[in-house]
Ligand binder design. Sequence first.
Ligand code: 5GP
Ligand code: ZN
Length: 116
Amino acid sequence: MTADPECIFCRIVAGEIPADVVHESATTLAFRDLMPQAPTHVLVIPRSHYPNAAALATGEPATAAHLFDAAREIAADEGLENGYRLVFNTGADAHQTVFHVHMHLLGGRSMDWPPG
Ligand code: 5GP
Ligand code: ZN
């Protein structure tokens, strides 16, 4: 497992920074976003440090799939029968601010398309 001591999400994985954890597996962790953009806003991350989704898919393809398994279970737990959105912001244009890959799971309200 890879970790970056400067990375805020690695520090959450290590238990050094508290988080409202909603789901855990051997390879993934999911916790509520500090600044929720929807009634349900959960970040699903690999325990290992990868900067973006493509790097995770190359380095740990099984873990990439585990993110989607976790999202399905969290959506069911949160009662998101009407739907939800999964987002990987990747790079500056997409407004990625934390460079430890994370899946945003957003739900609990009707959403617009296209996103801003
Ligand atoms: P990005 O803009 O990189 O796609 O998303 C980063 C997300 O991480 C943002 O939605 C932001 O609110 C969230 N975030 C940043 N720092 C923390 C933190 O320390 N704890 C939690 N729970 N969320 C955080
Ligand atoms: Zn990290």
